[in-house]
Design a protein around this ligand. Sequence first.
Ligand SMILES: NC(=O)c1ccc[n+]([C@@H]2O[C@H](COP(=O)([O-])OP(=O)(O)OC[C@H]3O[C@@H](n4cnc5c(N)ncnc54)[C@H](OP(=O)(O)O)[C@@H]3O)[C@@H](O)[C@H]2O)c1
Length: 272
Amino acid sequence: MVSLARRCKPKPPFPGVLLILTDREELDITDADAVNAYFGSEAFDAVVNCAAYTAVDKAEADEETAFLLNFQAPLLLAEAAQAKGCRFIQVSTDYVFDGRHNRPYTEEDETSPQSIYGASKLRGEAAVLGSYPEAIVVRTSWLYSRYGVNFALRMQELMQEKESLNVVFDQTGTPTYAPDLATAIFTILSHPAPEGGVYHFSNEGVASWYDFAVAIRELTGAKCKVQPITSDMYPTPAQRPAYSVLNKGKIKAAFGLEIPYWKDSLAVCLGK
Ligand SMILES: NC(=O)c1ccc[n+]([C@@H]2O[C@H](COP(=O)([O-])OP(=O)(O)OC[C@H]3O[C@@H](n4cnc5c(N)ncnc54)[C@H](OP(=O)(O)O)[C@@H]3O)[C@@H](O)[C@H]2O)c1
């Protein structure tokens, strides 16, 4: 959400867009009455749902809340947006796939989430598009930015604190700089009549979490050693896809997007 805001002001590429940002205190998206009252009282042309239950491991023991946030809430928002005649974009995830591919996933590939988080996001996608076929679902992967809680920030902290870090090298995907996703979302919104449905977006290229960590170390000049380990040496409650690279052909063809290579965007994020 912060990345969307920073893409709007104070300079281009999208200076004419007036953004209304809400947080949980202002609008609890699981509260149907609050959502309907909000849509009745405010004027806007489009809604982008960046909110979600994103605690992937915690979701394994908190299925009800994960589905409330990732399925029921997006459905409420999509229905309210459709009733108001405004466009709707839902952000989703590469974790809808099981990771058994060895070539980038297209929007047509079969989904098979391996975690409660992935299953709840997939149900949310289906609910949104089932109730509002002109809505757009943007699946993305490995999001990071200068804000909030994310892998890139956490690695930088740990690299200052520790002499050595173990990072898994058998999960392959693509890091995505949140401002690049924000640019993609604004580009979609700039289009007069985009076709509804699912679109994949990440930065270009491929990396393991280990590669991502090594790139952070190289760009920041940290002295910490980064050691590759396998996922079974770092067990987590939720299973992650071993491979979740997204094919971005559809979004590039539809919107003429030029997508930065992940390491170039990481350098921008780190101010290098
Ligand atoms: N992070 C990734 O690597 C990644 C990868 C692929 C896709 N995605 C998707 O990208 C989107 C953004 O992810 P993110 O990592 O930026 O998420 P995030 O940092 O966890 O932010 C989620 C936001 O949702 C808000 N929220 C939670 N419950 C709410 C409620 N009932 N009403 C209103 N707001 C509520 C949270 O507010 P509080 O801070 O108050 O809890 C938080 O600000 C999500 O759809 C996620 O599934 C993320």
